[in-house]
Design a protein around this ligand. Structure first.
Ligand code: ZN
Length: 975
């Protein structure tokens, strides 16, 4: 199709066409004639199509109205009146991405799919959801997703519940997130960024239903929208669909005024805050200090990109100048920081953790002193060159982990358009990188430090101190407040609360009718591909080294993994692999300081990372391969430099500098303390699995609570007897990095296999060549019921068992079971009725079953819900049509597209497990052929597996203590 500027296509006038050669695409900018809605299409040959509709939604307070609305519009609409079309789509569509996100100033509703029919279905449901939601007719949606009063049946107490209310209570339980959310609020108090769009738990109950629906009226109108399309879809068809089914009914509505701007402060502001710790906790070393600097405007692309680079140079690189100088001065232990460029007024943050209030003035002075020194004496040239190269590699590779490319480009487009900028401003980078590179040797970055950090008065200093018992105090105050509120209620009003609650409960437990469900668009089994996406893995022997070659299109980038089998050390030392992974690349080698090493890596590669991990074996829970993996990537032309650097790091790292090692250990420790509150579900699941298999035990010891305990011990030993740690590290490195236990994984175009063949000598020359003998990794296991106490207001509740032990084997239809339990039973029991933010069950391929909840207000109630799956499954019933839905929703998860790096990783994991292509084909067939009887039969598997009764709860101290009999071990890890 030949598009012409100025022409109208289905009600959309084409304003502008642009070649976006850096991302191999064409950009089209349309304006909808009737409503003024903007529509951007990025057209290319990618089959993973993306659609998103976004509204500017600047909140005026911290009631979380935008966030609650984001949840609520997905709970039924005019055309699709079922209770949760969103969840229906999660379980029954071929989406590769489906979600909704509330930002500080906008709300985005994106979907992605490779299947055309599915793509249009998803667009239909999302457009109807945002434009015609049922929130006007059903107040219960607001009550459920936002907040509502409840009268406790036993105590008659007044209480508050709601999904977003609980979600934000979880967020506000973590001191890390409290301090980070305070940055933009402190800098821009007179603008929308002065509010928390997610909602502050203390303020959420001020939100009224009327305000909530009016917010929708005001902002969710096509005139206030930006529609985004991406991929190989037919643009004409897409425009016609959007216009004919939705936009055509609307006329223009006044767009709410643009986002305001915060005038620069005359002088810096100081703010004090506090957060709760337990009465038995130490107060020392638990204060935070956060410095925030307003940095220009989002539309100044060069400035934003420069600060992304400067953030790396000052705060996040291994050799980050400000961070390392601060830590070396001995005045602080942990420094983090970030640059936020995605809001109208960007800012730079520097956060100091684990300090004390009285050090504040000296830390601030030290920061100024260091920055003044850097801006006067200059940043080393190699450092700048490396940092700019690294940024350029990142932009070229466009590796967004599990997220569809189109989604990230959509967000990037919004980050200029929302503030009145050209849509494709942020997608073009070649000229800007060149301009930055040209200026960089002439004091450019040093000048930025001076202007935007040292001489900037638009800055805030936030200090946050720990307060013993604050969490309990807040809980008691809320109780008192609710008691007072209740005292003002008439009896009639209380009866109304009970009635509303009853109505809500009824809505929650009443299943959708067949008519309601039938409104949702459906796919049939014919719509799904029967073929397994094939990733070729060729096993080769290159000069005696086993090489796993995964040929594919990589856009001129080579991906290399060096996989060292960890069985050459003994099992008690397994945790040192994790410690090594934190240290390598961040400490000196014989040849270079770690600063020089980092620069060299940035100059000629796309980065090298290190990890301790393990590989499972198919249908065998006793056997596994513990490993140390070095991951590297570089432009194809730079493979030899990449291999040289990888070899240098593993063979020549020097463990002399125990002070540096201690600094890194403290940083890791602090990171895990944050995880205890923010992602206790991950730690809980790892812990439950550690009771049941040697591999589970190993995984916990290198990445879970087991690791945290080890790191705490290492910190102590480094303080008293550093040599014992450094000697051990040297010994482990000498055993592990050996040519005889190395496997290489190489990912490149088919014809580029020679790149590894020609360069393998580099490894052979560098690595030790010693005979190896494999040790056994059979850990002694013990089934436990552990409770880990934190100051969080919420819990992470985990329950698990081993099905392999009970005589069951993995089958593809377990994946369908996961879909059914996650999106039907558990979703309604634990999320909708229980108020937890998230919950899932996993029947893993390697033989285990575990349930885990996320930001959960309950403990016992959740365990009961988990155990209830047995009865649920035994009496499970579904029509053939419903089974097809579940199957399609499951297949979509098998087909999530990914980047070369993750494809290769998947192939390597399957190789180690011992899966053949036939296994994968059979698995897909098992998914597709799953029957009702298969699902019902799993009631028995779950019943048997749960006899293992492996329990872990990470969460609220008083709640765990009040259910003490559930546990045989309680522990407060963060003292
Ligand atoms: Zn949410």
């Amino acid at each position: 199709m030949n598009y012409k500027e100025g022409t109208i296509y289905s009600g959309f006038k084409l304003e502008n066409i642009k070649d976006l050669h850096e991302i191999n695409s064409k950009g089209l900018v349309f304006t909808h004639e009737k409503t003024g809605a903007k529509l951007i299409k990025i057209s290319n040959d990618e089959d993973n199509k993306v659609f998103a509709i976004t509204f500017k939604t600047p909140p005026e307070d911290s009631t979380g109205v935008a966030h609650i609305l984001e949840h609520s519009v997905l709970c039924g609409s005019k055309k699709f009146p079922s209770k949760e079309p969103f969840v229906e789509l999660l379980k029954s569509s071929l989406n590769t991405f489906l979600n909704a996100m509330t930002f500080a100033d906008k709300t985005m509703y994106p979907i992605a799919s490779k299947n055309k029919k599915d793509f249009f279905n998803l667009m239909d449901v999302y457009l109807d959801a945002v434009l015609n939601p049922n929130i006007y007719k059903e107040k219960e949606i607001f009550m459920q997703e936002g907040w509502h009063y409840e009268i406790d049946k036993e105590t008659d107490e007044l209480k508050i519940n709601g999904v977003v209310y609980n979600e934000m209570k979880g967020v506000y339980s973590s001191p890390d997130s409290i301090i980070s959310r305070a940055s933009s609020r402190s800098l821009y108090p007179d603008t929308t960024y002065g509010n928390d769009s997610g909602g502050s738990p203390a303020v959420i109950p001020n939100l009224t239903y009327d305000y909530f629906v009016n917010f929708h009226k005001r902002y969710y109108h096509p005139s206030n929208s930006i529609i985004f399309l991406y991929g190989d879809g037919d643009t004409d068809e897409e425009l016609a669909f959007i216009n004919d089914n939705y936009l055509d009914e609307y006329s223009y509505q006044n767009i709410p005024p643009n986002l305001g701007v915060q005038e620069a402060f005359e002088k810096p502001k100081e703010i004090k805050m506090s957060y709760g710790i337990s009465n038995d906790d130490e107060v020392n070393n638990k204060s935070y200090l956060s410095l925030n600097y307003s940095i220009g405007r989002a539309l100044d692309r060069e400035l934003v990109l420069s600060f992304e680079i400067l953030e790396y140079i000052l705060l996040t690189a291994n050799n980050a100048l400000l961070k390392n100088k601060l830590i070396n001065s001995g005045i602080v232990k942990v420094v983090t920081g970030r640059f936020e460029g995605g809001i109208k007024q960007p800012y730079l943050n520097i956060t100091i953790k684990n300090t004390d209030e009285e050090n504040k003035a000296s830390i601030i002075n030290k920061i100024d002193e260091i920055l003044t020194d850097i801006s006067k004496n200059g940043i080393p040239e190699d450092f700048i060159t490396g940092a700019v190269n690294r940024k350029e590699f990142e932009l070229r590779e466009a590796n967004f982990g599990g997220y569809p490319k189109g989604l990230i480009y959509g967000i990037t487009v919004l980050e200029s358009m929302l503030y009145g900028g050209e849509p494709f401003l942020n997608l073009e980078y070649t000229d800007i990188i060149k301009s930055i590179r040209d200026k960089s040797s002439k004091g450019y970055f040093e000048g930025l430090i001076n202007k935007y950090i040292l001489s900037n008065n638009h800055k805030t200093i936030i200090s946050m101190t720990p307060e013993k018992g604050l969490t309990e105090k807040t809980e008691i105050e809320l109780k008192e407040k609710l008691k007072d509120i209740k005292a003002t209620f008439t009896e009639e009003y209380i009866e109304n609360i009970k009635k509303d609650e009853e109505k809500l409960r009824k809505r929650q437990i009443t299943p959708d009718t067949k008519e309601q469900l039938d409104t949702l668009p459906k796919l049939t089994l014919e719509d799904i591909s029967k073929d397994v996406e094939k990733i070729t893995l060729v096993e080769k022997n290159i000069e005696g080294i086993k090489t796993l070659f995964t040929p594919m299109f990589t856009n001129k980038i080579s991906y290399i993994k060096l996989i060292f089998d960890g069985r050459v050390i003994n099992k008690e030392e397994g945790q040192y692999l994790a410690l090594l992974s934190f240290l390598l690349g961040r400490i000196n080698t014989q040849k270079r300081s770690y600063e020089e090493l980092t620069n060299a890596i940035n100059m000629s590669t796309g980065g090298i990372s290190y990890s301790a991990r393990s590989f499972y074996k198919k249908d065998n829970k006793q056997d596994f391969v513990p490993a140390f993996v070095v991951n590297g990537k570089a432009l194809s032309a730079k493979v030899s430099s990449l291999l040289e650097l990888m070899t240098e790091v593993v063979t020549e790292t020097s463990f002399e500098d125990d002070t540096r090692i201690l600094q890194i250990v403290r940083e890791i420790k602090s990171r895990y303390e944050g995880a205890m509150v923010a992602s206790g579900n991950v730690l809980g699941s790892l812990r439950v699995l550690s009771y049941m298999s040697p591999r589970g035990y190993f995984e916990d010891s290198i990445g879970g609570i087991g690791l945290y305990k080890f790191i705490c011990n290492i910190e102590k030993t480094l303080e008293s007897d550093p040599d014992s740690v450094t000697n051990k590290l040297r010994e482990i490195a000498d055993s592990v990095f050996n040519i005889n236990n190395l496997t290489i994984s190489f990912t490149e175009e088919d014809e580029n296999i020679s790149l590894i063949e020609d360069n393998v000598q580099i490894l052979k020359k560098g690595l030790i060549d010693k005979q190896v003998k494999n040790q056994d990794f059979n850990y002694k296991l013990e089934k436990m019921n552990e409770g880990f106490l934190t100051q969080a207001n919420i819990n992470y509740v985990t329950l698990g068992g081993c099905y392999l032990d009970k005589g069951f084997k993995y089958s593809g239809n377990m994946r369908v079971l996961n879909t059914i339990l996650n999106f039907d039973y558990l979703w309604s029991k634990v999320r909708v009725e229980g108020g937890a933010y998230g919950v899932r069950v996993n029947l893993s391929k390697d033989g285990f079953l575990y349930f885990s909840s996320y930001r959960d207000p309950n403990i016992i109630k959740t365990f009961d819900a988990y155990k209830g799956t047995v009865e649920y499954l035994k009496s499970f019933n579904a029509t053939k049509e419903e089974m097809v839905k579940y199957i399609i929703g499951t297949v979509s998860k098998l087909d999530v597209p990914s980047n070369p790096d993750s494809k290769a990783d998947k192939a390597v994991v399957e190789y180690y497990a011992g899966y053949t292509e036939e296994d994968l084909i059979r698995e897909r067939e098992e998914v597709i052929n799953t029957t009702l009887e298969d699902i019902k039969a799993y009631g028995n598997l779950i019943e048997e597996s749960l006899k293992d009764n492996c329990i872990v709860v990470v969460g609220n101290e008083s709640q765990i203590r009040s259910t003490e009999s559930t546990f045989n071990h309680l522990e407060n890890l963060i003292k």
